[in-house]
Write a protein that binds this ligand. Structure first.
Ligand code: F0G
Length: 455
């Protein structure tokens, strides 16, 4: 690891340590808080010593046409901004990143917003945003000579970790909550060869068990408390800025679970400003599910209130987290960027997910909280119609096909969640549902069904 180029700074007490001094659980030995990667030389390089922003932008774009595996990665093509390895030859890549920034014309029109985009991180190799952080942190594990890596997960981290570990020839251990993860994700961990343990507890319980394990055995922890994960996860911020010709959006909306991703993106934008690559930082808002909303409660309780974990319940299983490790980092990002933190109901998530599906994109339920949250922010008039808004879609729609099928069959939500069949949201759901129809196996029967619809 390149200790000369980076150090780790505790976000609680400010202690500075070298990368190789980190404890196995990545907690600060003084105050127990989390670290972030810090590049001490950057801010000192002022005036002519500053990296040439124009040259970097040109280089990063040129790399997209290169045949080198590292250049083809949407994380490592920005490697000047993540000098965390001694040797970039140790990078383990699956050509992650370089994901599309889609315009959402129908949702934009419905909300009266001109420029509404989705940065679709579900279009990564293992189908979620976790790949960008896994390539960076697992590469550190490989460079440091670990033979085993591990994570506790609601499903996507484990899928990504298992895939990258397989590529690197490392062994991987996955702890997942029994019965509460989507099949798509579980199947990936199995397929990529992880040792997958389903524990009779929730995600927060899995984290506790794993923290003990890494203290006792030489296993490298790849949960998002590992600050190297965030270095890869900051790169979508660079891609968003690049896609908008180095103009940043007014507002970025991110789902909140363990609360690391919002802070990674905030770090990405902050570093771009520090290095003169962009002029400002967007507002970053974090949206949680109503049944897994400890951050929303915390911010509502006022600045000095302690953080109180909740028992989490939501069908958006990816963000079914009651005791998020990175709440302090996320709180800082929301506060510093002037963003909001709010929660959305199960019915609002389901409707938003179907609306993203109807754009021809789709996403997993946890990602859809972003659109559901934007609708609320628009209703409160805190988001202006003339603003550029980006939703961060974190996972692919095929991750949780059961959820989608249940929605379209009408078996997903209970009456108490929709307010009954006559409610406004039930009408929205009815308009979006597209259940499969049983039809006789002849052309006439199919065409009869379409009568009046084909002109
Ligand atoms: N969206 C998806 C699809 C996720 O899988 C997760 C987290 C989040 C959003 C929340 O991101 O934790 O950085 O706030 N999934 C983790 C996992 C916890 O184990 O896969 P966060």
């Amino acid at each position: 690891m390149n200790d000369n180029l980076h150090q780790l700074r505790c976000i609680g007490c400010g202690s500075l340590i070298s990368g190789s001094q980190a404890q196995p659980d990545f907690r600060c030995a003084h105050c127990g808080d989390l670290f972030e990667v810090d590049y001490p030389g950057w801010l000192e390089r002022k005036g002519p010593d500053r990296p040439n922003a124009g040259a970097l932008k040109w280089l990063w774009r040129e790399r997209r046409c290169s045949d080198e595996a590292l250049d083809g990665s949407g994380v490592w093509r920005f490697r000047e901004l993540l000098p965390i390895l001694d040797n970039f030859g140790n990078a383990v890549t699956l050509q992650e990143g370089n994901t599309p920034l889609y315009h959402l014309p129908r949702n934009a029109k419905a909300l009266g917003i001109d420029q509404l985009y989705a940065k679709h991180q579900g279009m990564n190799p293992s189908g979620s945003f976790k790949d960008t952080g896994m390539t960076s942190a697992l590469s550190v594990a490989k460079e440091r000579g670990f033979k085993w890596v591990a994570c506790a997960s609601t499903g996507n981290t484990s899928a990504a970790m298992a895939a990258y570990a397989a590529r690197a020839g490392l062994n991987s251990l996955v702890l997942i909550p029994d019965g509460k993860i989507a099949w798509g994700k579980l199947s990936q961990a199995m397929d990529y060869g992880a040792v997958t343990c389903q524990l009779k507890t929730d995600f927060d319980g899995c984290v506790k068990v794993l923290t003990e394990i890494v203290r006792q055995a030489p296993i490298y922890l790849l949960n998002s408390v590992n600050p190297y994960r965030l270095e890869g996860q900051k790169t979508p911020a660079l891609e968003i800025a690049e896609a908008l010709d180095w103009n940043v959006p007014d507002h970025l909306i991110v789902p909140g679970g363990n609360l690391a991703n919002s802070s990674a993106l905030g770090k990405g934008f902050r570093e771009m400003v520090d290095l003169g690559l962009v002029a400002r930082i967007p507002r970053i808002s974090v949206i949680q599910a109503e049944g897994a909303n400890p951050m929303v409660r915390h911010l509502a309780a006022g600045p000095d209130a302690p953080f109180v974990p909740v028992e989490a319940h939501t069908r958006a299983t990816a963000i079914r987290i009651g005791n998020p490790a990175s709440w302090r980092k996320a709180e800082r990002v929301v506060h510093d960027t002037g963003g909001w933190c709010l929660d959305v109901t199960e019915a609002e998530i389901a409707v938003a997910k179907a609306e993203i599906g109807a754009e021809g994109l789709g996403c997993e339920p946890a990602s859809a909280v972003t659109l559901a949250g934007l609708k609320k922010l628009r209703a409160k008039s805190v988001v202006d119609g003339g603003q550029t808004v980006v939703l961060l879609l974190t996972g692919h729609t095929l991750k949780d096909a059961d959820y989608t099928i249940d929605f379209h069959r009408g078996t997903l939500l209970k009456d108490e969640e929709t307010g009954g069949p006559d409610s406004k949201i039930s009408a929205e759901i009815a308009a979006l549902r597209r259940n499969a129809i049983a039809v006789e196996a002849n052309p006439k029967a199919v065409l009869d069904l379409l009568k009046g619809q084909i002109e």
